[in-house]
Ligand binder design. Structure first.
Ligand code: SAH
Length: 346
């Protein structure tokens, strides 16, 4: 059992069962979730005896920084962390005018198989525990010395394929006993696992849900995303409407532009039909090409045209800033390069 993955209530129960007084739970929780203690030994206001018992009775998640890459263009930092079992995950730190944002991984690898994505090339190893997701943020806060204001679950992995741990993570991250990050500043991105979107809608959270759309018709989506074989766009859109009705939170859609594949006028028309009048928001990003696949990214002027044409049709569009292009910015590239021992840039 990982001590850092227990919520406050669960920790209180454990401490009670150890025969310790209740306020110890508060101290321990504080060390883990506010002070970023890297080991139980750091918890200096606990007796040596209690520390020993915690050490023998529980696992303690503490990520080790393996590598940091800093972008010369925009100061974005990409971290490669080792988990206790030796698995590697990556996280990204981005500086915006409105604060610092961290993009975290929710799984080691991924089994969704999206064709343009480096994270899924070796399949899924395992889902991350809440403590392992939290610790990505704790480590980065410590290393940068700056407060994190926004968290996006858009790194490696499919959060809805690690549902319980992700929901618990959101609760712990927004808890005032922890980093107390407002749920409105947390975004969870999914490739569109429909039943989990309904479940999430019922959790009563105020987070932003992002859907990875990437194509405007089922046929075109199946070429890029195997999940489209399981759920149709109609089912995804119905689930999105339910999410909005239940939570009052607007859905945002992610659309990676691939030259000649999903960036033509035909797709403008189809996207407008799909999203028009829905009050939706779409985020465009030129696909970040990975060398294992030969997708080409849409050029800057075409991205602007695509945006303008959608806007003319009444759709809310932003172009996502491409952060850290010079540092393996695409999802899963850094970890993969480390695992394969490949030293060439993708
Ligand atoms: N599995 C989740 C979250 C992780 S991926 C999801 O599918 O939403 C985060 C986002 O990055 C998704 O929109 C994903 O489609 C996108 N992405 C992955 N590889 C990319 C690449 N090479 N270029 C641009 N976007 C990419």
């Amino acid at each position: 059992m990982d001590l850092k993955s227990l919520n406050y209530e669960e920790l209180q129960n454990e401490i009670k069962n150890l025969g310790e007084s209740a306020f110890r739970a508060g101290q321990i929780y504080d060390w883990m979730h506010k002070k970023g203690a890297e080991s139980i030994d750091e918890m200096s206001n606990l007796s040596k005896n209690l520390r020993e018992r915690l050490k023998t009775g529980y696992e303690y998640t503490a990520l080790k920084t393996v590598q940091v890459q800093e972008s010369a263009i925009d100061g974005t930092k990409k971290y490669l962390f080792a988990l206790s079992d030796g698995n590697l995950v990556e996280s990204v730190w981005m500086k915006y005018h409105h604060g610092n944002s961290v993009c975290i991984s929710s799984q080691v690898g991924c089994r969704m198989g999206c064709k343009f994505c480096a994270s899924t090339l070796d399949g899924l190893e395992r889902g991350l525990l809440p403590g392992e997701m939290l610790d990505q943020i704790y480590r980065i806060t410590k290393e940068t010395g700056q407060r994190v204001s926004n968290v996006v679950v858009m790194g490696t992995g499919e959060p809805m394929d690690n549902y319980d741990n992700v929901v618990k993570f959101v609760h712990m991250l927004s808890d005032d006993k922890g980093l107390n990050i407002s749920q409105r500043n947390i975004t969870v991105s999914t490739c569109g696992i429909v039943p989990r979107i309904y479940d999430l809608a019922r959790e009563d959270l105020q987070i932003t849900l992002a859907i990875s759309l990437h194509a405007p018709t089922d046929e075109k989506r199946r070429v890029l995303m195997p999940i489209a074989n399981s759920y149709s766009l109609k089912e995804v859109m119905d689930a999105c409407r339910f999410y909005f009705e239940k939570t009052g939170r607007r859905i945002s859609f992610e659309y990676a532009l691939v030259s000649g594949v999903n960036d033509r006028d035909e797709e403008v028309r189809e996207l407008s039909a799909l999203l028009g009048g829905g009050g939706y928001h779409i985020n465009l990003i030129p696909v970040n090409p990975i060398k294992e696949r030969n997708f080409k990214s849409t050029g800057h002027s075409r991205v602007l045209q695509f945006k303008n044409k959608l806007e003319k049709n009444g759709i809310n569009v932003t172009i996502r800033r491409e952060m850290g292009r010079d540092i393996d910015g695409a999802c899963g590239q850094l970890r993969r390069r480390h695992l394969t021992g490949d030293s060439t840039q993708a």
